[in-house]
Design a protein around this ligand. Sequence first.
Ligand code: E4P
Length: 225
Amino acid sequence: MLYLIDSANLDAIRTCCEFYPVAGVTTNPTIVSREKSDFRELLLALRQIIGPERMLHVQTTATEAEEILREGEMIRSLVGDFYLKIPITREGLKATTMCKKHGIGVTMTAIFTQPQALLAARAGADFVAPYINRLDNIVSDGVRVVEEIVEIFTKYSIPTKVLAASFKNAEQVHKVAITGAHAVTINPDLFDTLIYHPLTYYAIDDFSKDWEMAYGDKKVSDLLG
Ligand code: E4P
């Protein structure tokens, strides 16, 4: 399972890319609006920070297919190959097929049900982005929805990948990993939560104390250099 950063905060993305195995960045209009930046400059900076290899998913704000395609082409001319996030609507499905014909990658977003995901896949979407926490918030089961989307795609040998989104805690991420979803996109803080365990720190502390008892302040490199 791949990890993407669900943020447009340049400092946070830079830090995550330095320390974590990050496969890309996803944004949406809400995330972008928080940065209060020039949109063009923000996109250019995002691409510059993550480099050409990592995936960039940027959402359209257009609601009609032709305009969605136009936005996709404009964003591509700025950042190179990327995935246009298109919310699942009738126009969005039409736009997905059009974008694919024009060689633009598509992530169909705001997915809350299995039938939405299957239709998005049949329209040619590269990724579907089901929203876990927003489903959990309304006493639905986000992980179960992802599980069934993965099952359906596998059953019909559908190449569309599942990029699970909208997480609030590590347990949701862990449960989605078990479903076989291709990727998750999470906020920068959640990366730190995912690697945290107090026993890890106790273990590291014990290793240091035992080493010091035997070798004082000498490091491995001092002893082998
Ligand atoms: C990403 O593709 C989604 O837009 C995002 O994860 C939604 O997350 P939220 O439910 O925390 O707003």
